[in-house]
Design a protein around this ligand. Structure first.
Ligand code: CO
Length: 238
């Protein structure tokens, strides 16, 4: 039986092997990564240990900017997520934002029950609202697994919509820039990613979600003035 310290030590040893292997394969690997990052993708996924963004997409370090939380939820008052989003869109200029749900999601499953999960209730509430909105459709499906899988899809779509509703995304689109938004679901059983919905840059949202960016527009989320060197976060007003 292993003790917690040797368990953690295993990861450190594996890291050493990994670092040596990459340095052998490509001597400039770490130097190159140390210079800067220019990821094309922002990944908003579930914290579930079975759905690591880079591993399941075969991506290398430097390719994906990652945010994960329980059940891949986009909450418009979540300062953590918004900070990641602003940095990814306005500084890194990612061209794709992927919201990735997954089958067998414990967060989605918990949200479908009437159990009290303490402080988690507040987080699960985001998914319960989607469940309630589609209750009849979901409950008409045969079997709890099928019902869960459907809510996983609906959740990914709802979170894609939540992204589209943010001023950060709409302002980027207003400037004629990316990103495209993608809702995907990872199938735990066969390791395959399935596309659920895609939203192209510039997509117009129905009222009241479509924002307009006139001179009266208040910039509360963005800190990057246009035309500034975006490698330095600059807080001067536009
Ligand atoms: Co999950």
């Amino acid at each position: 039986m292993t003790t917690p310290s040797t368990e953690a030590e295993r990861l450190l040893l594996q890291n050493r092997a990994w670092a040596q292997l990459h340095a052998l394969r490509e001597p400039d690997f770490f130097n190159r990564l140390a210079q800067s990052q220019a990821p094309r993708f922002l990944w908003i996924g579930c914290s579930d240990s079975r759905v690591p963004a880079e591993t399941i997409t075969g991506a290398a370090p430097g390719e994906i900017f990652v945010h994960r939380n329980i059940a891949n939820v986009v909450v418009h008052t979540d300062l953590n997520l918004l900070s990641v989003l602003v940095y990814a869109i306005e500084v890194l200029k990612v061209q794709h934002v992927i919201v990735c749900g997954h089958q067998g999601c414990g967060g989605v499953r918990a949200a479908m029950t009437d159990n009290d999960f303490g402080v988690l209730n507040m987080w699960l509430r985001n998914i319960k609202d989607i469940y309630a909105e589609h209750f009849e459709e979901i409950e008409a499906l045969p079997g709890s697994t099928v019902r869960e899988d459907r809510l996983v899809e609906l959740n990914a779509q709802a979170q894609l919509m939540n992204l589209a509703k943010t001023a950060v995304i709409q302002r980027a689109w207003d400037r004629g820039e990316g990103p495209s938004l993608h809702a995907w679901v990872y199938h735990i059983g066969d390791g395959m990613l399935k596309e659920v919905q895609t939203m192209r840059p510039g997509t117009k949202l129905p009222s009241p979600w479509q924002l307009s960016f006139g001179p009266m527009s208040v910039r509360t989320e963005s800190v990057i003035p246009e035309g500034q060197d975006t490698t330095k976060l600059d807080q001067r007003p536009r």
